[in-house]
Design a protein around this ligand. Structure first.
Ligand code: ACO
Length: 424
């Protein structure tokens, strides 16, 4: 029996090769379909379209499985740390002790920003949205490191890209936060460890190990998620051989929207709104179900997870630990728990397989850590950087990768003649 798929159209049969991945997922290769049949495919939101072959992250939304380079997210969240996970995503294997030390030493080399970048950061108004600040400052880095602009120098760029961006984005975020509260920046001290250094640059004080470790876990959970909106954006931009800063900056922009990474800010704002409205979450569930109301339950639903989001399970436990550790009594947590329980029993949500996603609880943790609400999505950036960079690296190493350029089905006017303005 042939492994090819057959498509019949207007009496002709077209054979299409089927590709099978290492987890036995199959895909029909339609690359030559237009040349042979004149047909293209159309797929709103790329719901059913694979854009690449990738060995970075595997996820099975029906079974709630997420693995980085084959390692289950549960094991990585429990046993690893964010720097090691970043190395794993970028290089494909867990590092030895020597490799891990060398990787962190490379991150530590970038413990400051060029003066020009500091000046740019200082020009943003204190109430600027941190995502706009991160996106434009990452883009601006391309002006300070011209050696990264040469698409032929991929090997040298790969050497530095991940360590430099992991170090500098962390500093950009913390320095801008200090400006918003009218305080001087705190120097990076990589000896503290990646997550503790970030918290120290933000809050300039004694940082509890357990708190730093909880942040580290959150960063691990966000580190990659295969071909999501922002990773695909990084790949699309990178496919034109635009420089790495431009590619990552576009990923930041794609993440910003509330249907993607912006959901964590939107969840907290929604919980605040419910609290200020008297705490009746049933009323908001009814709004979310009302097709005449644009309101959606933020932090619920996912394009690929149709059973549960394995990251949300881990985050819920981390959330309880942090709130207990910091002795935070947050009424928003009670509202979140009530809302989750009520929605999980509701037929509308059950029928549509709508479950809490990773962003449902992350905001409550960030809030407990003292991070302002409008900075939550930038925290997601910090976590997602190694994923974007690993996807970009894979793209640049793919000898058959092509510039991303979808087609369309045109539904506009057919040819017509220009009319002089006096005749219109
Ligand atoms: N609240 C109420 N209804 C919802 C929700 C929600 N949060 N999410 C989906 N639905 C409904 C849709 O209205 C639709 O109903 P219908 O079949 O009656 O028309 C059905 O469930 C399917 O939803 P789609 O929007 O078609 O699913 P899609 O895969 O395109 O969207 C998305 C996924 C964007 C995540 C969506 O669930 C959503 O908007 N959720 C809220 C925002 C959010 O939490 N985003 C973060 C995602 S995780 C991440 O990116 C980090």
């Amino acid at each position: 029996m042939s492994d090819n798929a057959k498509l019949e159209f207007k009496g002709e049969v077209y054979e299409l090769p089927v590709i099978t991945g290492s987890e036995k997922e199959s895909a029909i290769d339609i690359t030559k379909l237009r040349a042979t049949s004149g047909l293209i495919t159309i797929d709103n939101g790329f719901m059913n379209t694979g854009s690449c072959l990738s060995s970075v992250t595997f996820l099975n939304g029906e079974k709630g499985i997420l693995r980085y380079r084959g390692y289950p997210i549960e094991q990585l969240a429990d046993k690893s740390d964010f720097v090691e996970v970043s190395y794993l995503l970028y290089n494909g294997e867990l590092p030895t002790k020597a490799q891990s030390d060398a990787f962190y030493a490379d991150i530590s080399k970038f413990a400051s920003l060029p003066d020009g970048v500091k000046n740019i950061l200082n020009q943003f108004p204190a109430d600027a949205h941190p995502m706009g600040v991160v996106s434009s400052t990452v883009s601006a880095l391309s002006c300070f490191y011209p050696e990264f602009l040469n698409p032929e120098a991929t090997d040298e760029i790969k050497e530095k890209a991940i360590t430099q961006l992991m170090a500098q984005v962390k500093i950009i975020m913390a320095n801008f936060y200090r400006k918003t509260i009218g305080k001087d920046p705190v120097d990076s001290n990589p000896a503290l460890g990646y997550s503790k250094d970030f918290l120290n640059m933000m809050f300039d004080g004694e940082i509890d190990d357990e708190v730093a470790s909880a942040l580290d876990t959150l960063l691990i959970l966000h580190a990659d998620h295969e071909q999501n909106c922002s990773a695909s954006t990084v790949r699309v931009v990178g496919s034109s051989q635009a420089n790495i800063f431009a590619s990552v900056s576009s990923g930041v922009d794609a993440l910003w929207g509330q249907l993607h990474g912006g959901a964590n800010q939107a969840v907290l704002e929604m919980l605040e709104e419910i609290k200020n409205d008297g705490g009746d979450y049933e009323k908001f569930i009814a709004k979310a179900k009302d097709k005449n109301d644009p309101f959606k339950l933020m932090g619920f639903g996912h394009r690929v997870y149709k059973n549960f989001d394995p990251r949300a399970k881990i985050i819920k436990v981390a959330c309880d630990t942090i709130l207990e550790k910091l002795d935070v009594q947050d009424p928003l947590l009670e509202i979140a728990k009530g809302l989750e329980q009520a929605a999980l029993k509701d037929e509308y949500f059950v029928q549509r397989n709508l479950y809490p996603n990773v962003d449902f609880y992350s905001g409550i943790i960030y809030k407990a850590l003292g991070i302002p609400t409008n900075m939550f999505t930038a925290m997601f950036v910090l976590g997602r950087l190694p994923g974007w960079l690993s996807q970009w690296k894979e793209l640049r190493e793919d000898k058959v990768a092509k510039i991303a350029r979808p087609r369309q089905v045109y539904v506009g006017e057919t040819e017509r003649n220009y009319k002089d303005i006096s005749e219109r």
